[in-house]
Design a protein around this ligand. Sequence first.
Ligand SMILES: [Zn+2]
Length: 207
Amino acid sequence: MMKKECSIVRDVLPLYLENMVSEDTAVFVKEHLENCSDCTAELEHLQSGVQIDVEETPQREHDAEIITAFQKKIAKRILEAVVAVFLIFAVLFSAMLIYTGISYPVTRDNISLSTKADGGYTYIILETKAGKSLWFESKSEDILNDQKEVCGRRITLYHLQYHNNFFNSAGSMSWGRSLKDEEPYMEVVVELEDGTLQISNQEYIFR
Ligand SMILES: [Zn+2]
């Protein structure tokens, strides 16, 4: 059974440990501890408890280091993913530039001209190869009759080149002219390496 003195010493032991007791109390506790192994053991237990508290700080620092390392690892992964995506896009974009940069000759068999009348207008339609975009230069000029009067319009396409185009499933372009115009005549001339294609809307004008 714990002695009454022990009970008092136990109450003040935490304060004694922190040097927060009066000199008289300190002397009293010290003398008691010299003769009481139970209270000395309790003091050691308290001291070890204090030491555990002190040791917790490095443990937390260690945890913090682990978290920081983990965050760095995630940041590295994200950076790697961003770089990978960027590289993939760079490669695809370069491939697309190279692919679309290659030109193909435009010949009479891979281009077609046709005419159409619709709503008082005549159209000349140029159809191009699927998956290709057509590059060309053009000029537009008046057509003069024997009396040097303007009687129509001629559109000439030259320096034609095909380029690959992912998004052009089947291309076409058209030129329209109203039949009520004073000079409704229109013709399109396409100058190709293997010859010239020419078409006019006269079948609609003189019908
Ligand atoms: Zn005691």
